[in-house]
Design a protein around this ligand. Structure first.
Ligand SMILES: [Zn+2]
Length: 484
């Protein structure tokens, strides 16, 4: 099947970077792009009129946990002082004695909803660094069904994090220090890497820097090399983690990862907010950004999530200027990679007190070629002949945007995933006029709502103090009890 997209502003590729082609043409043949330019005479099986729209390379979301926003809702927990900026611990670390496995059906719905949401918002490629345990054969089936390009394998770690009855977080080593998890991930990749015409690709996901002991990380590096896949690890995500590693190893987080051999050109560090030199870290002993840049590792930057917690990476511009490859991810809902570009831009300017910083081109690059480089894929994140046919078309002719002077600036400054009209992955139209061509969205949303309600209703049964979701984070306004 061949598809011709014509009449829009195409973000093409000059050979060294993105360039705008007004009234451009993108020709897709099979799963690849065969032509990008201005020649309208070429024929195709199907033509998409993109007048008034911007035609972008498929965006790459480097951080999507395939789960519902059940925990995300609690992340801005206002009833507990977020000591040591504990990040996800505040809602994600259960009381051990109260732990019950999430029903498999609920997990499956969460996975499907999250992957679909990220795709619907314009991410053709998704890095899923792991959610809970569950039916991974079903996961693969879901990837096949939705049509997204996904990098995944089940996450693993040496230690779990729990909350004790007094609300204190603690690390508890697993008996095998994470070996069974690593084996399961390797088995998954051996079985499924390259599934669905190459749309599903393996990546090893040791959970977080401080939950993985050094020998597990060394074995991870060896396994990744043998399998020919990359590595994602959460690192520099919270101050608790930074102090834990300094306390136990006399090293910063990045030094710890470098010594374990994890820093390399195929490694993505999720977040990497807490580096030496960050205003909340008084650690003058090393230059972590140089270590990351010299190793060729990438940072998966999720600015919106950190802004929710009154935190920021310091800064997007500084990391890029130091030579680090930075991609963008959303982590928490909304899984909207287009809005995330705006957060990356604005928060970098705020952090640096620098109005001319983090321009639209820089964050657009991060959400496209930055993500592609992080995943070792020169054929993603750009519209050029020979690249994979992953394309996103966004309608800019709406009252939201007003008159558009420059489409990429308009997209970064005003855009959101809801404006995405068409998503093509691997040469197939998976979102058409804003609707999935493959699944019943209304049914999926209803299932997600029921699953989330059950989990929120059940929250007292897993919380260390037996609190309800409303106790932890009260609604914006008081809810009227008896309507009359
Ligand atoms: Zn994460």
């Amino acid at each position: 099947m061949s598809i011709k997209i014509q009449g829009g502003d195409v973000v093409g590729w000059s050979g060294v970077g993105h360039e705008l082609i007004p009234d451009g043409v993108v020709l897709i043949e099979g799963n690849s792009i065969s032509y990008v330019g201005t020649d309208r005479t070429r024929g195709a099986d199907k033509t998409i009129d993109a007048a008034g729209k911007v035609v972008c390379p498929g965006f790459i979301n480097l951080h999507v946990h395939s789960q519902l926003n059940i925990g995300d809702y609690l992340i801005t927990d206002v009833t507990k002082a977020d000591y040591l900026s504990a990040n996800w611990f505040v809602f994600g670390a259960p009381a051990k004695e109260k732990m019950t496995p999430q029903p498999a059906q609920g997990m499956a719905i969460g996975r499907k909803f999250a992957l679909f949401s990220a795709l619907r918002n314009g991410a053709t490629t998704i890095l899923d660094p792991g959610s809970g345990p569950g039916d991974f054969d079903g996961y693969v089936e879901t990837v096949g069904q939705l049509g997204a390009r996904v990098f995944f394998s089940p996450a693993y770690r040496s230690s779990d994090i729990f909350t004790d009855p007094q609300g204190k977080h603690y690390y508890e080593p697993r008996p095998d220090l994470g070996r069974k998890g690593l084996e399961a991930a390797v088995d998954f990749i051996r079985k499924y890497d390259g599934a669905h015409q190459g749309r599903l690709q393996g990546i090893l996901c040791p959970g977080q820097a401080e939950t993985c002991e050094p020998s597990l990380l060394k074995e991870t590096v060896a396994a990744a090399k043998e399998l020919g896949v990359g590595i994602h690890i959460h690192a520099g995500g919270n101050l608790r983690e930074f102090i834990h590693i300094v306390y136990n190893y006399r090293k910063s987080i990045v030094e710890y990862l470098a010594d374990a051999g994890v820093l390399g050109s195929q490694t993505v560090l999720g977040h990497m907010v807490y580096a030496a030199g960050h205003s909340r870290v008084d650690y003058p002993f090393g230059d972590e950004l140089k270590l990351i840049a010299d190793a060729g590792a990438s940072v998966g930057h999720c600015p919106h999530k950190y802004a929710k917690m009154a935190l920021a990476l310091e800064s997007f511009d500084r990391y890029v200027e130091r030579g680090i490859n930075v991609g963008l991810g959303t982590d928490t809902y909304p899984l909207d990679i287009i809005a995330e570009m705006r957060y990356a831009s604005l928060i970098s300017r705020l952090v640096d007190r620098k109005y001319p910083g983090a321009r639209p081109a820089a964050v657009f690059n991060a959400a496209t070629i930055g993500g592609a480089r992080a995943l070792g894929r020169g054929d993603l994140g750009r519209l050029s002949a020979g690249a994979k046919a992953d394309v996103v078309i966004v309608n800019l002719r709406t009252t939201r945007y007003g008159p558009v002077r420059d489409p990429v600036t308009a997209l970064v400054e005003y855009g959101c995933g809801a404006d995405v009209e068409t998503v093509v992955v691997n040469g197939e139209i998976v979102i058409d006029h804003g609707r999935s061509t493959r699944i019943d969205e209304a049914e999926l949303l209803a299932q997600a709502e029921a699953t989330a309600k059950r989990a929120w209703d059940n929250w007292p049964n897993r919380d260390w103090a037996g609190r309800s979701a409303e106790d932890i984070i009260p609604p914006a306004f008081p809810v009227r009890k008896n309507s009359s």
